[in-house]
Write a protein that binds this ligand. Structure first.
Ligand code: DAH
Length: 335
C-alpha cells in the first residue's frame, strides 16, 4: 500500500518537471487530484483495506495529496512568471512597425497641382484676406452697388462694408494697387457663398489668375488656358471658349472641357451637351484699371478664376461636393 502511494508521488514529481504550460498543468491536476484521479481513487478504495492499515494509509494518502497540491501551486506560479517574462521580451531584431502615414487632402493636392502648372509658367502665388471689403470683392471689380451681377453670388455680409469674399478675384485689385505691370499672379484660397447642395458648399476654394503687361492679347489668354487644361486633364482633352459675361472682364469667356465621363457623347453629368464648364476668364475690363491707376492705353491683360472642388470633381469623377468636407477616411484615403 505504502509503496504504491510513494510510487504515485514520485511519478507525479517526474511528470511535473516536463510540464511547460497551464493547459498541461490542468490535465496533470485532473489526472492526480480530479474525481477519477489517482489519489481520489486511492482514497475511495481505503474502505476495502483491513482496519489496522487503513488509518496510516489514509494519513499518508492525504499527506501526498497536500504535497501534490503545493507542487501544482508552485508550478502554476512558475509558468505564470515565465509567460509574463516572454510577453515583455523585446526582440530587437524584428523590423519596426511603420506608423500609418497620412497624406494631403484631395483639395490641397489639386490646389497644388493647379498652382504648380502656373508657377512653371512664371506666375507668383499671392494670398489675401477671407473677410474682405465690399470695395475689393465688388466695387473695384466693376460691380456697382445694386448691380444685378451681385445677385449671382449669395453673399454673406459681415457688415455694410465687409463681406466673406465670394470669389478670389478681389486679389486682382489688391495686387494691381501695390505694383505696376508686368504682373502675373495666381491666388488660391477659400471663398464663401450662402448655398448648399450636391454641387455647392457654403465654403469652397478658388484659384484666381491675373496677367497684365504691354501687348497682352486674347490669344495669350487662349494659349495659357489651353496649356493649363492639357497639363491638368491630359494632352488629348478637347476644350472650347464660350462667350460669357463678368463685370470685370471684357470680352469674357468661360472654358469648357469635353465631358470626362462620356468623352463628349452626352450624358447626365454634362446634361447631354458633351461639355463641362471649368473656369471663367476674360480680358481685364478698362473700368478695373481705373481703380488701380493703370493706363489702359499702355497695358492690357487677362484674368481667370476656377473652383478647385470643381476641377477635383471632374478630374476624379466625384459627383458630390460635400464628400470633400465630411472627413470620411474611406473617401479621403483613396487619393
Ligand atoms: N470670380 C468668378 C466667379 O467666382 C470667376 C472668374 C471669372 C474669375 C472670370 C476671373 C474671371 O478672374 O476673369 O464666378
Amino acid at each position: 500500500m505504502k509503496e504504491q502511494l510513494i510510487d504515485i508521488k514520485n511519478q507525479a514529481i517526474r511528470e511535473l518537471d516536463t510540464i511547460s504550460d497551464i493547459t498541461e498543468l490542468e490535465a496533470f491536476r485532473v489526472a492526480y487530484l480530479g474525481k477519477k484521479g489517482f489519489i481520489t481513487s486511492f482514497l475511495k478504495k481505503l474502505g476495502e483495506l483491513p482496519a489496522e492499515g487503513r488509518r496510516d494509509a489514509g494519513k499518508l494518502a492525504n499527506q501526498i495529496k497536500n504535497e501534490i497540491t503545493q507542487l501544482i501551486d508552485a508550478a502554476s506560479k512558475r509558468l505564470e512568471t515565465e509567460r509574463a517574462q516572454k510577453a515583455s521580451y523585446i526582440d530587437v531584431s524584428l523590423p519596426g512597425r511603420r506608423p500609418p502615414r497620412g497624406h494631403l487632402h484631395p483639395i490641397s493636392q489639386v490646389n497644388k497641382e493647379i498652382c504648380d502648372i502656373f508657377v512653371k509658367m512664371g506666375y507668383k502665388i499671392v494670398t489675401g484676406p477671407n473677410v474682405e471689403l465690399d470695395y475689393y470683392n465688388f466695387e473695384a471689380l466693376n460691380f456697382p452697388k445694386d448691380h444685378p451681377a451681385r445677385d449671382m453670388q449669395d453673399t454673406f455680409y459681415v457688415s455694410d462694408k465687409l463681406v466673406l469674399r465670394t470669389q478670389t478675384s478681389p486679389m486682382q485689385v489688391r495686387v494691381m494697387e501695390r505694383q505696376q505691370p508686368p504682373v502675373s499672379i495666381i491666388s488660391p484660397g477659400k471663398v464663401y457663398r450662402s448655398d448648399s447642395d450636391v454641387s455647392h458648399t457654403p465654403m469652397f476654394h478658388q484659384v484666381e489668375g491675373l496677367l497684365v503687361d504691354k501687348g497682352v492679347t486674347f490669344g495669350d489668354l487662349k494659349g495659357t488656358l489651353t496649356h493649363f487644361v492639357h497639363e491638368m486633364f491630359g494632352k488629348d482633352t478637347a476644350l472650347r471658349f464660350r462667350p460669357s459675361f463678368f463685370p470685370f472682364t471684357e470680352p469674357s469667356a468661360e472654358v469648357d472641357i469635353q465631358c470626362v465621363i462620356c468623352q463628349g457623347k452626352g450624358c447626365r453629368t454634362c446634361s447631354n451637351t458633351g461639355w463641362l464648364e471649368i473656369l471663367g476668364s476674360g480680358m481685364v475690363d478698362p473700368a478695373v484699371y481705373a481703380y488701380v491707376d493703370y493706363d489702359p492705353e499702355v497695358y492690357s491683360g487677362f484674368a481667370f478664376g476656377m473652383g478647385i472642388e470643381r476641377v477635383a470633381m471632374l478630374k476624379y469623377g466625384i459627383d458630390d461636393i460635400q464628400l470633400f468636407f465630411k472627413n470620411d477616411m474611406r473617401f479621403l484615403s483613396q487619393f
